[in-house]
Design a protein around this ligand. Structure first.
Ligand code: S3P
Length: 736
């Protein structure tokens, strides 16, 4: 039986006890609190098995000890712990600042003992005391450990296991970084909330003010109900970092005051926009315990068959791949870059946010317009904390290439879906250029990149046809000495090569090989983002399968490396006309007209797979309504997208009455034929935007409604999907 000792039975200490009890694990809990009543209360509530009367007593035979006392008491408690500790007992703490903890430990021991692991569960609330205990407090919350060089690996692992057992997500951080990050994300907001309420309460009319204080005041000041002693201690323990944050904030506050005084509406709007985008981005940080995307977006779609054909003229949002690259290259360019038609989806916003966190001033997106004040090739600054990429594999992989060439260290994290995706495919080839880059043991995020290493160009033969990997290498190549070249096994989207050229950075292309010389510079320019053919694809299939349909989709990107979906649908007998073909900013664009047509099953040529890789979910829907069999092979990449797309589609289509067999690298689908219909039912999108939209299309030819669960992530690539779908006649309702 493991013996866990908890010193301090306030919110954190008591909640750990409650959570450990709830796991049902074989743990003996011995607790100590300064006041007898707290100890008795904890014992009475069944949170601890033994109430101890001193630190000495609580340390007896403990395997692991958590010190969860206010910062101001830490040193004296630690001194007693140090004196009482015997054997191999591991000690950790829960203090909100780590530099002061390390300083206190050093002052007691003289060096950092290998058995002490500084830690900080980011799970506090304005509630305090043993009665506030909550067995679920740590579930899904970050627990940051800040071990130092001398801390033993076994000690770290046992503390990690303790927090994981109660549902925490454990990460490691450097002591200084921890204090800087927490100063901005926790200590500063607390100080501001206390201060605002204090300022208003000084007012003679404060009772009147508080009586009418509604949502805004309540939201902003909730944390001013926190424990004053605890926050006094934290503010002083993290004095330097908090002062730096306060100075930054004071400067911004002054700028805002000036803008309001000057009636500068543009300034205010742009500042509010940036803040709104950042806040939305934070909302998807489920690992911070903030509401997750799924909580904030309606997420169940229900679709029924329309009584007449789909019709209308629409323009789908900007291309996701091009939008990402515009932000990346615009940020690294000299001078200003303006972007029109930018995709205002969560994936692209994650890229915007990452560059803002590295010091780039980016205005917008505002109705598709973004203005980027480029900082130049070497002008990025170290971000304060890990860069969160949300659901976006493109952001994570392309940024890895750029960050490998920086002078500073970075860490890239993502949501639960991205955290399962393979990253060795970029880490391994980047390492060959000399990058210091690490993934988790199983090759998934987080990615940690050490800056300040010289990259040396080399040639890479890619084993997987991936534009993201190719792009990561070319972007790293800008920072490498000499030439970097990449040969791909099959053509993939070439937006990086085209856009680099558009920014004045030469990229040579011979057959399957792209090459560039390191050390060049980018010049800011204007980018017109065409509509995303991957988003248009849902409507290409929708109009093809609903009898009587006639739909125009305008300004669609027709880059030859992206039009596999049109080629495949044409082979199946679709009626797609290409009108007004033109070139916009280095990318071909056209208006597409699609009319309903009976479809025929085909063997999809493997060469077309990388050119239509994102469109397979909806192509599976088309194939399910074609006459005869469709075979897809050479598409194993589908298994490592935002979900395992082969499995997601096999599961859902089977529910809808289709005979479909998934294979390792594709599927064999028996189409229901030109007059066939799906049977209705409930299917799951597996948090994957394209699966959600593909099944919404399926609902258009179903006998009874198709209900698609878990559609929140549609906003990652196609924020106005529901609106446009309804505009051309989808009977689609949304609920949460
Ligand atoms: C993308 C490349 C493709 C694609 C993704 C966007 C890009 O991924 O699926 O949606 O912008 O480079 P892979 O490179 O992994 O095939």
């Amino acid at each position: 039986m493991k013996r866990v000792a908890v010193i301090g039975l306030g919110l954190i200490g008591a909640s750990l006890c409650a959570a450990l009890k709830k796991t049902g694990a074989d743990v003996w809990l011995q607790g100590y609190a300064r006041t007898e009543s707290t100890r008795e209360q904890a014992l009475g509530l069944g949170l601890i098995d033994a109430a101890c009367h001193s630190v000495d007593e609580v340390m007896q035979a403990a395997d692991i000890v958590l010190i969860a006392v206010p910062m101001g008491q830490f040193r004296s408690v630690f001194e007693s712990v140090y004196k009482a500790r015997t054997g191999s007992t591991v000690v950790t703490d829960a203090g909100s600042t780590k530099h002061s903890v390390v300083k206190d430990v050093l002052s007691v021991v003289g060096s950092m003992p290998e058995w002490f692991v500084p830690g900080h569960p980011i799970a506090g609330s304005e509630l305090s005391g043993v009665e506030a205990h909550d067995a679920t407090l740590f579930i899904g919350h970050q627990i940051i450990l800040t071990p130092v060089e001398t801390t033993s690996v076994t000690a770290i692992e046992s503390v990690e296991a303790l927090w994981q057992d109660v549902g925490g997500t454990v990460s490691r951080m450097d002591v200084k970084r921890h204090d800087e990050v927490l100063a901005l994300t926790s200590h500063l907001p607390h100080v501001l909330a206390f201060n605002l309420v204090h300022a208003l309460s000084d007012d003679d009319e404060h009772l009147e003010i508080f009586r009418y204080a509604a949502g805004g005041f309540r939201d902003f000041t909730r944390i001013a109900a926190s424990d004053p002693v605890m926050w006094r201690d934290i503010s002083l323990a993290n004095q330097a970092a908090l002062l730096a944050g306060l100075d930054r904030y004071t400067e911004r506050l002054r700028a805002m005051r000036d803008a309001i005084a000057a009636g500068d509406g543009d300034w205010l709007r742009s500042s509010f926009e940036r803040a709104r985008d950042a806040r939305r981005h934070f909302s998807s940080l489920s690992d911070q315990g903030v509401q997750s995307v799924a909580d904030t977006h309606p997420s169940i779609f229900e679709i029924t068959a329309p009584t007449s054909g789909l019709s209308g003229r629409i323009r789908v949002p900007g291309d996701k791949s091009i939008s990402h690259r515009a932000i990346m290259l615009g940020s690294l360019a000299d001078g200003v870059t303006t972007v029109d038609g930018f995709l205002e989806g969560e994936d692209a916003i994650a890229t915007v946010q990452a560059f803002r966190e590295m010091g780039v001033a980016i205005d917008g997106p505002n109705e598709g317009r973004v203005v980027i004040q480029g900082v130049g090739r070497d002008g990025l600054k170290a971000p304060v904390g890990p860069l969160y990429m949300g659901n976006s594999g493109t952001s994570m992989r392309l940024l890895s290439g750029i960050l490998a060439g920086q002078r500073f260290d970075t860490e890239l994290t993502g949501d639960s879906s991205l955290s399962k995706r393979p990253m060795r495919r970029v880490a391994d080839p980047l390492a060959l250029l000399g990058a210091q880059i690490q993934t988790a043991a199983d090759g998934t995020p987080p990615i940690r990149i050490r800056g300040g290493h010289t990259l040396v160009g080399c040639h890479t033969d890619l084993t997987v046809a991936s534009a993201q990997v190719k792009s990561a290498l070319l972007l790293a190549g800008m920072y490498a000495e000499g030439e970097t070249s990449v040969t791909e096994p099959a053509p993939t989207r070439d937006h990086t090569e085209r856009m680099l050229a558009g920014f004045g950075y030469p990229v040579a292309r011979e057959g399957a090989t792209a090459r560039l010389q390191g050390g060049g510079r980018l010049t800011g320019c204007h980018i017109d983002v065409p509509s995303d053919i991957s988003s248009a694809a849902f409507f290409l299939v929708a109009a093809s399968i609903v009898p009587g349909s006639d739909v125009w989709i305008e300004h669609v990107g027709m880059n030859p490396t992206r039009i596999g979906v049109i080629e495949i649908l044409n082979r199946m007998g679709a009626r797609i006309e290409i009108h007004n073909a033109r070139e916009v900013g280095g990318e071909p664009v056209a208006d597409l007209r699609v009319q309903a047509a009976p479809l025929q099953g085909i063997d999809v040529p493997e060469a077309l797979v990388p050119l239509a890789i994102d469109e397979f979910p909806v192509l599976f829907v088309a194939a399910s309504l074609a006459a005869g069999e469709t075979r897809v092979s050479g598409a194993s990449e589908l298994r490592v997208k935002e979900s395992d797309r082969i499995q997601s589609m096999v599961d859902g289509l089977t529910t809808l009455g289709v005979t479909i067999e998934g294979t390792a690298d594709g599927a064999v689908i028996q189409g229901l034929g030109a007059n066939g219909v799906f049977q209705g039912g409930r299917v799951h999108a597996h948090e994957d935007h394209r699966i959600a939209m593909a099944f919404s299309v399926a609902g258009l030819r179903a006998e009874t409604p198709v209900v698609v669960e878990d559609c929140a992530n549609v906003a990652t690539s196609f924020p106005n999907f529901v609106g446009l779908a309804r505009q051309i006649g989808f009977p689609l309702t949304v609920s949460s």
